[in-house]
Write a protein that binds this ligand. Structure first.
Ligand SMILES: *Cc1c(COP(=O)(O)O)cnc(C)c1O
Length: 406
């Protein structure tokens, strides 16, 4: 039998080493758990980076997948695609009136947004150029999207587009207004909760300010909901907490229920900017991904999983805040919204990596972002018992550290 180290060696031999991997080989997933080759069980609290919003092998998704797979896997955009039409209808009825363009990934959604923004800017009487983004934002890794991703370690070695980008600090409304007034950008793109930037939640008031100011200065207001969307923060899209209506919404990750799928939703006013030939893709939307997208929405909204999961998320925040109170010397902050949580550790990067590794040993998977922030992106199917299981494992690790420190 192949051992873990065999697989590690084979991986290193043939796959470019662009990722740091956890030292396990997953055999299967079921519900909120993953299982390795030896049958060890892991509570999955990062869901393949905010993708498996309903956990693994959800019976409803498996059923829909089988049905669609028996019909066809791919047909191209030369044909009408029933699952895609239904999905676009649902996305619109749960967000803004307008139209959808589908992609295969988040970065491609950002690229589609960039092209659409460019077309829009050409139609304006007064020249508009450039995009406003937040410090530490993440919008993807393709060369266009990379320009909007303001994390130096991600972009520094690559040539990016010559589209001007203006970086602003979250919650500095005056700074934002000055930029909009003086530079006349075409759009502002923000994550309502910065994901890989360290789970920084934008205040609802600030999101309303963004919307108002964009409107006032004729700038497209774009929400990158690739990580925050599809129920992760408690609303279908996170901007909905603030009660605004953006011009453009980017989505991906959770929508495909595990399959690649993304896209943009564009408000009615701008829905005919793309003309035939302006943009396209061979695969998207895969009928299989779109069929899963419909099932995801059905389970979340019609079957009430969004509500149930959000209640469990509230409990998780509450328990983490109790831990913070008790162990303030180690837990600096607990932030985020719904099933998108950052635990800011008052420890160095190595100590945080060690906690992640030890949690893995006891069967709990968490992510680490910005070196010292433990990121949780649990499925909306998480249960109260699983919250307690995580809290107990996490507190055990904290107590070990405290004992060593004494
Ligand atoms: C993951 C992510 C992207 C990029 O999505 P990919 O599918 O990895 O290309 C863009 N924006 C945000 C906010 C993300 O979290």
């Amino acid at each position: 039998m192949m051992t873990l180290s065999n697989w590690m060696d084979r991986d290193q031999e043939v796959i470019m080493s662009t990722y740091g991997r956890l030292p396990i080989v997953i055999e299967r997933g079921e519900g909120n758990y993953l299982y390795d080759e030896n049958g060890n069980q892991y509570l999955d609290l990062f869901t393949g980076l905010a993708v498996n919003i309903l956990g693994h092998s959800h019976p409803e998704l498996s059923k829909v997948l089988k049905e669609q797979a028996a019909k066809f896997l791919h047909i191209s955009n030369y044909f009408y695609n029933k699952p895609a039409i239904k999905l676009a209808e649902s996305l619109i009825s749960n967000s803004i009136k307008g139209k959808v363009f589908f992609t295969n990934s988040g970065a491609e959604a950002t690229e589609a947004a960039l092209k659409l923004i460019h077309k829009w800017s050409k139609d304006q009487e007064e020249a508009r150029n450039g995009i406003v983004v937040l410090k530490q934002s993440f919008h993807g890794r393709t060369l266009g999207a990379l320009k909007l991703t303001r994390q130096k370690s991600v972009y520094q070695d690559f040539p990016v587009t010559d589209i001007p980008v203006y970086e602003v600090t979250p919650h500095q409304t005056d700074e934002l207004e000055t930029i909009l007034k003086t530079h006349k950008p075409a759009a502002m793109i923000v994550e309502p909760v910065l994901g890989s930037g360290g789970i920084v939640t934008l205040e609802e008031e600030y999101i309303r300010d963004i919307s108002k100011l964009c409107h006032k200065y004729n700038v497209l207001c774009c929400m990158d909901e690739i990580q925050t969307g599809i129920g992760r923060t408690g609303e279908f899209f996170a901007y909905q907490h603030a009660g605004i209506a953006p011009d453009l919404i980017l989505f991906a990750k959770g929508i495909g229920g595990g399959l690649p799928l993304g896209g943009i939703i564009v408000a009615e006013k701008h829905e005919n900017l793309f003309k035939p030939g302006d943009h396209g893709t061979t695969f998207a939307p895969s009928p299989l991904s779109a069929a899963l997208g419909n099932a995801v929405i059905d389970v979340l909204l019609d079957q009430g999983q969004l509500k149930t999961g959000t209640n469990v998320a509230t409990k998780l925040h509450q328990r983490l805040n109790e831990l913070k109170k008790k162990h303030g010397s180690i837990i600096g902050d607990v932030r985020g919204k719904g099933m998108m949580i950052g635990i800011v550790m008052s420890l160095d990067a190595k100590a945080v990596k060690d906690i992640q590794a030890r949690l893995l040993e006891v069967g709990v998977m968490v992510d680490v972002t910005q070196q010292t922030i433990i990121r949780l992106l649990p499925p909306l199917t998480l249960t109260i018992e699983e919250v307690e299981r995580f809290i107990s494992a996490f507190e055990t690790e904290i107590e070990k550290l405290l004992r060593v420190g004494q």
